[in-house]
Design a binder for this molecule. Sequence first.
Ligand code: GLU
Length: 461
Amino acid sequence: MSTATTSQSASSPVPGVRWDPVFDELGFPDDPSNLYTQTVATMLEGAETVGLQHRVKIILAQPKNEIMAHFPVRMDDGHHRLFKGYRVQHNNALGPYKGGLRFHPNVHLDDVKSLALMMTIKCSLVRLPLGGGKGGVKCDPHALSEGELQRVARRFTVAILNDIGPDYDIPAPDVGTNAQVMAWIADTYQMSSNNRTSTDAMRVVTGKPVEIGGSLGRNKATGQGVVDTLIEMLPALDLPMNDLRVSVQGWGNVGSWAGRILEKKGAKIVTVMDHSGVLYNENGFDCDALTEHCMEHGGIAGFEKQRTTGTGNNPGLGGEVVSLEDFYKTPVDVFIPAALEQMVKVPEAEMIQCKIIVEGANGPLTNEADEVLERRGIPVIPDILANAGGVTVSHFEWVQNKTNHMWTEEFVDAELNRYMVMAARRTLLAKQKFGVPLRKAAYCSALDHIGDVYKVRGIFP
Ligand code: GLU
């Protein structure tokens, strides 16, 4: 995730990481696989470039609060299982802590800390009046029944009840959670609050179902933001939207929405990969049909046998099964990693054949993969810009809840586009000003803003 230069990395104990003196001051581990060290290194490089005050650097290098909780949940067969949950509150200088909750077997404290830091930077880049946070529960939501999932969500909410709040820390969906999970959290929070009839308590989470105060356009917002950002960047690359060839890694909420929206704009999604397999379709997938298939079968596998009716670009068979190597080596214009973090390492970065990468996921490239792509001249639209659409519409939802007024989907889309375009332009300006690649430019712009906020607020006492 860094843009560290190779010479700086050479003297560092962690490959791909520029070893800032702040790491020693705060006693960071020099474990090369530590995602948090990598994320902080990226932040510190940007901080160095914009001349951020040392006191702000050390504040941002660690989260304000790291909450960990163990809680028992009754399983369907009657036995109790102990779960582990996290909520990391990184920074609230700009506004309430904000960020998703992920339910995944590989949730660890360091990942959550990294993702929380990214939220602080993301909200600042988009100039939302929000800070950064992230949380999660170590579990496999697909292996739980609906009842078990609901009990996990509600019991976790109770475990962090005093640490979240509509004006203090506002969770949202992330990997493995959705609007239904948010509804259970909001309901549990409201039922447990002092004023049980207060609909205001429902503001404690965003990404809720529309029936209970969710915003129109929130479900597709992250994918929509990916597309809005890409469109803003295309002219600089001299790429026409029509017939754009696209590869998508991960067909979850972000990947499938980005794919569907791009297809409707005339692009062809030619390769898709997820946990269940890799598919190729020279004429472009019927993305609506592929999404329906995933909802029914839990992954893209089997879609190759499905005959599509031609609602998309390609009436005929769904696609053909290809290898993982084919997935990376297929020449495309745009590559969208929209699965989990650290999926693209050096070997994958060497194989990818594209003109631009747009990060739908958070942290999908390792620092070293980033260096490879920079050397190969492939620009990367970074996560903190490209996937900021989700938290932006979360902010819209929160504003709608506060004013008791519902926006139309057209208005939400138009406002989202305005925010994404402004953030993209801000990034391009910083790129020009500091002469750095896009990721570092986005960090520079965000950190500059946080620095200004700390200058006027000061540090108590
Ligand atoms: N989980 C999303 C993200 O990583 C959205 C967070 C939110 O809406 O608060 O940006």
